[in-house]
Design a protein around this ligand. Sequence first.
Ligand SMILES: [Zn+2]
Length: 234
Amino acid sequence: MDNPYIELAPNFYTIPGERGWPQQFSSHSYIFVGEEKTVLVDPGCITHKVALADTFRKLGKDPDLIIVTHEHWDHMTAADYFPHAEKACSKFAIDAINRKDNERVRHEQRGISYTSKFDRALEDGEVIDLGNFKLEVLLTPGHTAGSLCLYESTRNCLVTGDTMFKPPMLSGIFGGGSRKEHIRSLERLFKLSHEKAVQTIYPGHDDFITRAPLCLDALEETLERAREDLAESV
Ligand SMILES: [Zn+2]
C-alpha cells in the first residue's frame, strides 16, 4: 500500500485524520523523529491503528514519547497501541484521561474504550529538546481545560490540536473548557505567530495553515468571532 503518512519535512511526518463520524473519526497525528527519541503527537483514535503500525514499521522507529494536545478521545485513544512509550499531556488532561471522565474525554458515546494511563505532566514553557527539533509546550486552555499547543522552533511551526484551525473554522468549547480562556489562548498564539513569524500551523483536523504570516488577518477575524460568541453567551 501507499505510505499512510506524509513527510512534511525531513524527520517530520503526519498521518492524516479520518472524517467518518462517529466511529471512524480521528485527529491528525504528527511524528518528530529526533536524534535519539521519536515523539508522536496525538496518536489519534483507535481507527488509526493500521496506519500507525505501518508508519512506524516503515520509519523503523517506535515512539518513545507520546504527547496528546488534549483529553478528547479522537486524539488520544490510540495511545493504547504503544504500551512502552512515555505518555505526556497537561495535568488537567491527565486527570480527565486517567479517571476516564466521559464528560471530558467523550469516548463512551462513541462506543470507544481505552486503557492508557498518562503520567508525565507537561509544564508551560517546558522545552522537549530532540536535538534536531525543539518542542516548546504552551498550555492553551479553552477548547478543553487540558489543551496545549507545541511551538517547534527549528521549523518555526505550531502544532495546535483543537485550539486553532484554519479560518474560518472556530474551535468548539467542551467540558471543562471556556470561550473566555480560549480567547486568551488564541491571543497568545497570535502574539507568538507575529513575533516569530511562524511559517506553518498544524491543527488537529482539516487543512494546515501554510504561509501563516499571510493568514494572520484571517486568524484575527476568527478571534473576533470568538469574542462575539462570548458576548452572545453572557
Ligand atoms: Zn477536541
